[in-house]
Design a protein around this ligand. Sequence first.
Ligand SMILES: [Ca+2]
Length: 324
Amino acid sequence: MKHFFLIVAAMTLFTLLACDETTGTSTGSIQFYVEPEWTIVNGIPAGDAEEEINDGWAVTYDKFVVCIGNIHMSHDTLETKSSTLKAGDLFTMNETFVIDLKNAPTSGLLVAEFNDVPTGDWESVGYSLPMAQSSSVKLGNVTDDDYHEMIDNGLAVSTIMTLTKTGGQVCPYLVEAENPADPARPCTPMEQIRFQWQLPYGSTADGCGTPTQVGVNIPKGGTTQVKLTIHSDHHFFNALRHTDITRLAQPLIDADLNLDGEVTLEELAQVPITVLDTTVYDLSTFPSDLETLRDYIRWTTITFPHFQGDGGCPIRTALDETAK
Ligand SMILES: [Ca+2]
């Protein structure tokens, strides 16, 4: 994945010099793109490497549709900007788009462009992965069925994954037992299992930046291209951090309580979070207490939005019903 991020980082382009002739203020432009992540296009292989799933399951994304939008950039944090704003201090794009990231062009989809932006650093940049609504606009190749599924159900993400493992098995949690994750519980061979999840877990992501740039820099006369990055593999993380991560699928697969080859959100909601081995999972990295495995999926979905590949957006706000 590292070389992929380098390519993304190299996308910041600098072109001809320009100047706003009416004010003498130097300006530039910025374009925000959404591109399909390699994991969504190619899946996540099983293996021992850092970016692979470490318990033998491989993931293929059959569907990955998101709602994305509400892009803004300013100099101040969101809390202070309303009282201090001057003209030209804030650029916003208030539309939301339904995007099929599995079938998006590899060159990406342009979701916002701001022109005549004063040059220099813009320290506050953010966007949303909101619940889709009827005002959301189709962008790129989105089928009518997918679009209506998103807006009719108010989804931030709709995904279908197929997980496969030679010699794989499901060991359904004993949700009525004292220890639902009893290591002696029965297992059933299962080499393929499906996750089909309609995720209404919208969020905003602010304070976006990379290790070398808080927000974005607008060079004089240039067009800066930045990429809004959706990290789908967080569903398999053992903690909400970006270093020392283990990716695991089995603890989610064991939530196929009725052994029908599919793990549903309803099943995940029946499984207490205590089934996760705390010597493996660091739940202290989550911003609130989790009760069930569905809460785990909710919070990892809320942390999907990233910036410029390996950059992040550390200020996150849940927008969904559960947060109210
Ligand atoms: Ca099931």
